[in-house]
Ligand binder design. Structure first.
Ligand code: PLP
Length: 399
């Protein structure tokens, strides 16, 4: 049977993202000696480059983990069982971080924001003002919630903390946004930034990152106890190589991440942010065009509030899954499933799916992806206004 899916496939899910050949090739090597001087030098060079990507001069601890591990690490260092965190949740990942906190015996004060709005700084202000005893130890704020693709204003949360004089730490989850959407840890006043390597950092899943400033370090030192494994202090300020990773180093990931950071350094963060913004804009142009004559809708109406790394969209009952299957099986493009935006009683009702456009993506990948989606809409007789892919091409031509 003829297939059009042979050839290089494309993974357009919101993590793990496309792995550059340079990263794959850097990882393809025999096991090195973990006391090798080259490996040590490489880690010492990776640290400042990670800080560059997070726009911070503060410390970073690296864990052999995914983003969930980094979530746990951030809490294990700063919030003791029985203490309280405030979680303004704007999608599945805000709830996910809250669940990790509950698992550690931490009380969660949840501010439910639904799935289509960013963090409302005024609701955070009201919660802080109501907290007369200043029991809230930290605010867990997700920068880009990958399920809803909404982007929140982290600096606005810092401003509210300043204005209310509340001492809570500001912790930001930048797993989806780091290296994609503009983020400036120090300038925006985040005390802790949580991330992982498999999205904007273009490396296979396996490294969790926790950046922390001196305020957070002070809070950590006052903790009654910190788990030896999650303790960020020896990882950030190791006396010997072994302490960087609390045990055996993730040898191949170090080579892969080094190659990815070389690419990031060569392109420059400003250019990377601009590329993501422009390519995201092309996707929105196509979706809005198709939606003029059919059911396709972006989850976030206001472009200013949309992530540049991932786009959540709906297509009506059952149609998201049909389209995803067509794109994958017929054309070799894998789109992301809808996550946490469905009606729990009828998961296919909204037809939600997501397009990942984080990290190693360029114009030809995005235009190819949009052309495939348009072919799929046509093949499946899903109503749409024809020409969305052309509209995106025109948008990129005019950029
Ligand atoms: C992907 C993601 C996570 C979880 O990362 P895992 O590596 O899957 O554990 C957490 N937060 C956000 C915003 C994410 O996009």
């Amino acid at each position: 049977m003829m297939t059009l899916a042979s050839g290089r496939s494309h993974i357009a899910i919101p993590g793990p993202s496309v792995i550059p050949d340079a990263v794959l090739q850097a990882m393809h090597r025999p096991a090195p000696d973990i006391y090798d001087a080259e490996l040590l030098a490489m880690v010492q060079g990776i640290v400042p480059d990670l800080k560059y990507v997070a726009q911070t001069d503060q410390d970073v601890a690296i864990y052999i983990s995914n983003g969930h591990g980094a979530w746990e690490a951030s809490l294990a260092n700063t919030v003791a069982p029985g203490e309280t965190v405030l979680v303004p949740a704007c999608g599945r990942f805000g709830h996910g971080w809250a669940e990790v906190a509950r698992g550690l015996g931490i009380n969660v004060e949840l501010l439910e924001h639904g799935r289509q709005t960013p963090i409302d700084a005024e609701r955070v202000r009201a919660a802080l003002l109501a907290d007369k005893g200043q029991k809230i130890k930290a605010i867990l704020a997700v920068h880009v919630d990958t399920s809803s693709s909404v982007r929140s204003d982290i600096m606005a949360v810092r401003t509210v903390l300043e204005e209310t004089g509340h001492p809570a730490l500001l912790m930001a989850d930048c797993v989806a946004s780091l290296g994609c959407d503009v983020y400036r840890m120090d300038a925006w006043g985040a005390d802790v930034t949580v991330s992982a390597c498999q999205k904007g950092l273009m490396t296979p899943p396996g490294l969790g990152l926790v950046f922390f400033n001196e305020r957070a370090a002070e809070v950590q030192r006052a903790m009654p106890a910190v788990s030896n494994y999650w303790n960020w202090q020896p990882r950030a300020n190791p006396e010997m190589f072994y302490q960087y990773f609390g045990g055996t180093a993730p040898t191949h990931h170090i080579y892969g991440l080094r190659a990815a950071l070389d690419m990031i350094r060569a392109e420059g963060l400003d250019a990377i942010w601009a590329r993501h913004a422009t390519l995201a804009g092309a996707i929105w142009t196509a979706v809005e065009h198709w939606g003029q004559d059919g059911p396709m809708r972006l989850n976030i109406a206001d472009p200013e509030l949309r992530s540049h790394a991932v786009t959540a969209l709906s297509l009506g009952k059952g149609q998201g899954d049909r389209l995803r299957a067509w794109c994958r099986d017929v054309a070799g493009v894998t789109l992301g499933i809808g996550l946490g935006v469905e009606d729990p009683d009828d998961p296919t009702a909204s037809g939600y799916f997501r397009i990942g456009h984080m990290g190693h993506v360029n114009a030809h990948m995005i235009l190819g992806l949009l052309g495939v989606i348009e072919a799929g809409l046509t093949a499946l007789d899903i109503p749409h206004k024809a020409g969305g892919a052309t509209a995106a091409a025109q948008a990129l031509a005019r950029r």
